[in-house]
Design a protein. Structure first.
Length: 261
């Protein structure tokens, strides 16, 4: 088969393999390969490398879109000069090694210190590394589980979620949970314990979780499972939303019995 016939065959073969970018890369690289006297192996590897890279990028985009992220914020965009204490830890977490070990990440700190930004950034990094991710606020996770429970599908739903290497639970502590909601959230945490990872954000220290979940025993058991295999990062400082607005700090929130009623 001569060069012209081969050139005509490549698009057909690439389409048959459902690898359309192979044809484009083969044509684009052919002249360069001939001029530089590439070996057949080098040429083939270069063509296939472009197909694999394109597929990975396409797959990552699909996973990011399916994750339910409220916005896109990468780790590269985070201002670590404001939070220098977490720079090294986040750089290590960005590798995704914690996902292979079913470890968790807990981001604690006042509102506006970047917890959600980091959680989104870790989710995007995981998606780019080939992992499926789901993101939701704590109240939204409870709503989802409550709906499954009402349909007598809680077990299957927890099993389905366990197949996701990473769940992000945002804003634990902003709203108190009723007893049933607290129990559902506990089941979510328990189902993933030593099986799959959670990235969790909270504006409260662990000592305040009893008030959120309405039961110190449930809160203690939940914290035990989350923290046993976890990286806990504490962010500090004033809210970035208030910078330059003449507001030095936000009021602290203490949950009381009246707040939960």
């Amino acid at each position: 088969m001569n060069q012209r016939e081969s050139s005509k065959q490549i698009p057909y073969l690439a389409a048959a393999l459902k690898a359309p970018r192979v044809a484009e890369a083969a044509e684009r690289l052919a002249t360069e390969a001939r001029d530089a006297n590439w070996s057949f192996e080098d040429y083939l590897a270069a063509v296939l490398e472009r197909e694999v890279s394109a597929r990975q990028a396409s797959g990552a985009e699909l996973r990011i879109r399916a994750a339910g992220l409220p916005t896109r914020k990468s780790l590269e965009d985070f201002d670590f000069d404001v939070q220098p204490g977490v720079r090294a830890s986040v750089a290590s977490l960005a590798s995704g090694a914690f996902l292979h070990e079913a470890r968790n990440v807990v981001l604690l700190g006042p509102p506006g210190t970047g917890k959600t930004h980091l959680a989104i950034g870790l989710a995007i990094a995981a998606a780019r590394q080939g992992h499926r991710v789901l993101f939701a606020s704590a109240s939204d996770w409870v709503s989802r589980l409550s709906e499954a429970h009402q349909r007598a599908r809680l077990g299957p739903e927890l099993a389905r979620l366990r197949r996701y290497p990473l769940l992000v639970v945002d804003e634990v502590g902003y709203l108190p949970f009723e007893q049933e909601a607290a129990n559902l959230f506990f089941q979510l945490v328990s189902s993933r314990y030593e099986h799959a990872s959670i990235v969790l954000t909270s504006n409260l220290p662990f000592s305040g979780w009893g008030g959120v979940f309405g039961d110190q025993v449930v809160a203690a058991a939940m914290i035990d499972r989350i923290v046993h295999h976890a990286e806990v990062l504490t962010l500090k400082g004033a809210s970035y939303r208030l910078r330059g607005r003449g507001v030095d700090s936000l009021p602290s929130v203490t949950l009381t019995t009246d707040d939960k009623s």
